[in-house]
Design a protein around this ligand. Structure first.
Ligand SMILES: Cc1cc2nc3c(=O)[nH]c(=O)nc-3n(C[C@H](O)[C@H](O)[C@H](O)COP(=O)(O)OP(=O)(O)OC[C@H]3O[C@@H](n4cnc5c(N)ncnc54)[C@H](O)[C@@H]3O)c2cc1C
Length: 287
């Protein structure tokens, strides 16, 4: 079973260019200075970022950083997934985030590969590697946009846990009640794994609105209206976003959340300002 200590972690995505990689290294140095439990690195479904994810993960490991690669199974064969897992195991990696993923548009039905849903990937990892990997799965307090209904989505979440997930990281949300209701529903199903809230700092309203429409996250009306009124005044958006997300994090931790997973978007500042103002351990200089 997972740690009892709260788990604070940072998520990165693999940069597209060598310049992006150099920028990321500088951001990781700042983020790592506060002592997160681990960093995770996303993976494009269908293998679209495979080499870049490998490169980023290998660099993080080379820094002695505990790293959790994401692995999205849709569009991949069992052989491809087995190869990726062996590659990570050879580097001593003990943690993965197991996902279905979304196929890039253009890759239609027939390209789905050997796995339909994330629970099949979790079962495959357990069958091939026993307890070697600590497995995190995705959770959706506001429900996955493709779920037929909330009950079926919760049943799916249970299947992932029963297949062997150790912990979950949520999709980002701005409504703490959705998280607490989700955790209560899990307890009602007899699931007692840690469900760590995924935290998305707010720095750019248009981008956030687009992401949120795609992944089913609600931006509460009062927040949307306030952010819309700020137009392109980025300073006001950031100040307001910081306060709103800080309040959310405080509520979540006070209510028993077993840690926080920050979607950094490869920028250290917004996550580190939250870290500092939450009073989490670790020195945060020069923000
Ligand atoms: C923390 C986190 C990290 C992420 N990282 C990445 C990443 O690195 N790369 C990436 O491509 N994407 C990533 N995503 C996005 C994720 O891949 C998408 O949300 C994707 O649409 C669902 O993935 P899943 O693992 O939750 O899928 P699943 O758990 O398989 O669920 C997908 C949908 O299928 C439904 N479902 C599941 N089982 C069944 C069944 N047996 N019958 C019918 N319906 C079923 C579920 O209710 C849900 O609607 C991440 C999401 C989160 C929350």
């Amino acid at each position: 079973m997972s740690e009892i200590q709260p788990t604070f972690s940072f998520e990165l995505f693999p940069p597209k260019t060598p310049e992006g990689m150099e920028k990321l290294k500088a951001q990781v140095e700042l983020l790592n200075a506060v002592g997160p439990r681990y960093f995770s690195c996303t993976y494009g479904a269908g293998g679209s970022t495979r080499e870049r994810t490998f490169e980023t993960v290998a660099w993080l490991r080379g820094q002695g950083i505990d790293t959790a690669p994401h692995l999205a199974c849709v569009g991949s064969s069992r052989g491809e997934v087995a190869e990726i897992l062996a590659h990570y195991r050879d580097q001593g990696i003990r943690r993965v985030v197991a996902l279905r993923g979304d196929l890039p548009s253009g890759m239609g039905a027939g390209a789905t590969g050997d796995f339909r849903y994330a629970n099949e990937l979790v079962a495959f990892i357990r069958a091939e590697h026993g307890d070697w990997f600590h497995i995190e799965v995705a959770a959706y307090p506001e429900f996955h946009p493709q779920a037929l209904n909330a009950t079926k989505d919760l049943e799916n979440f249970r299947r992932k846990v029963e297949a062997g997930a150790d912990a979950a990281i949520t999709q980002y949300f701005y409504n703490a009640d959705a998280y607490f209701a989700f955790v209560d529903a899990c307890a009602g199903m007899g699931l007692d794994l840690p469900v760590v809230p995924g935290i998305m700092p707010i720095t750019n309203f248009m981008q956030l609105a687009r992401f949120s429409d795609g992944c089913g996250t609600e931006i509460p009306r009062w927040m949307r209206r306030r952010l819309e009124a700020m137009g392109d005044d980025l300073e006001s958006i950031r100040a307001f976003g910081h306060q709103v997300v800080l309040d959310l994090c405080r509520r979540l931790l006070a209510g028993g959340a077993p840690g926080l997973h920050f979607y950094t978007m490869n920028q250290s500042g917004p996550s580190l300002r939250l870290w500092r103002d939450l009073g989490l351990p670790g020195a945060v200089d020069g923000l």
